[in-house]
Design a protein around this ligand. Structure first.
Ligand SMILES: [Mn+2]
Length: 323
């Protein structure tokens, strides 16, 4: 049911769009894609981020045009759109800045979305939030400029792991084909997302893969990045995007774990699982969330202790399923 979202977008004149912290391709692609759609409809749109766009997504059109990097939200009567967020808490510090009483549109594909907001469009069967933005725009008869197509295609490409995850269904592939028809260039986008890596990042990947540990008779694999490794290789933390897929890619591994030490000493945990082994429940146990095959959380450090706690929880999860 796209109608509530369509009515919301039709009714507003000025929009401020948000997505989650540590934005990925779907968060940025959905937000910038919607900004282009609203712009083409003669409306005003801003995409507000708490931190600058990660380097690898610098190619997405609409920067700096729509993007505003700021820690404070003006209370100026705009309609708000919060995309790809389970709850407004995913905006972290910006959540407390949202103007009281501003109308909120919530578009998301996380099953544990809290259904916040005044207009809600949550569909956990969608591969990406970008796919939902496309469907809303199509159902609502909104014009889709080529720039919007590029942004939305990027969201679907990254959230399906380049069309390799379980969520790469006919609907996602059809949407990708439609976006290509509208002007998204698959080779150009894939090259920016996957082949514009810095040498520092590849060196960091090499170091990271050397931390590989296998547990549970080879059904669980774990890799780690420490702050020291970032410093020694000169790679920025955002360059670790995609590292989480490596442990799961090993033959026989059902759950891949990627741990990254953060500036404040806490540990970012990324979990990836194979078909039929939902892992979001484990992330929930640590106060995180996500999708059945890709979930995450933040846990207190130090790294070694966090690793043992997370690997124990993953092991228990697999053992409970085996019973
Ligand atoms: Mn997403």
């Amino acid at each position: 049911m796209t109608k509530p979202a369509i009515d919301f977008l039709r009714a507003g004149k000025r929009f401020r769009i948000f997505s989650h912290v540590d934005p990925d391709g779907d968060a940025l692609g959905s937000a910038l894609g919607l900004a282009w759609i609203l712009h083409a409809a003669g409306k005003e749109a801003r995409v507000q981020l708490a931190a600058p766009v990660p380097r690898m997504y610098g190619f997405l059109p609409g920067q700096p045009r729509f993007v505003e990097v700021s820690g404070s939200v003006p209370d100026s009567g705009e309609s708000l759109a919060i995309l790809d967020c389970t709850s407004p808490g995913r905006l972290r510090d910006l959540e407390h800045q949202l103007p009281k009483g501003a109308p909120i549109l919530n578009v998301d594909h996380h099953a544990d979305n809290t259904r916040f907001g005044n207009a809600v469009h949550v569909d956990p069967t969608a591969a990406a939030t970008a796919l939902l933005i496309l469907e809303i725009a199509q159902d609502g008869g909104f014009q889709l400029p080529a720039e919007a197509a590029t942004c939305l295609y990027t969201g679907i490409l990254t959230d399906t792991g380049r069309f390799t995850y379980q969520n790469s269904d006919a609907r996602a592939l059809r949407a990708a084909a439609e976006l290509a028809r509208l002007g998204a260039d698959p080779a150009h986008i894939a090259s920016h997302v996957f082949e514009h890596r810095l040498a520092e990042a590849i060196r960091l990947l090499g170091r990271t893969l050397e931390t590989l540990e296998l547990r549970e008779e080879g059904r669980v694999a774990c890799i780690c990045v420490t702050l020291a490794m970032l410093q020694e290789t000169g790679a920025a933390a955002e360059e670790t995007e995609g590292f989480a897929a490596w442990p799961r890619s090993i033959e026989g591994v059902q759950v891949g774990v990627f741990l990254r030490e953060q500036d404040d000493g806490s540990i970012k945990v990324s979990l990836r699982s194979t078909t039929g082994v939902p892992i979001d429940g484990v992330a929930n146990r640590f106060g995180g969330g996500g999708h059945p095959a890709a979930a995450g959380a933040r846990v207190p450090g130090p790294l070694e202790e966090a690793k043992e706690r997370v690997l124990r929880a993953v092991g228990e999860h697999l053992q409970a399923r085996a019973r």
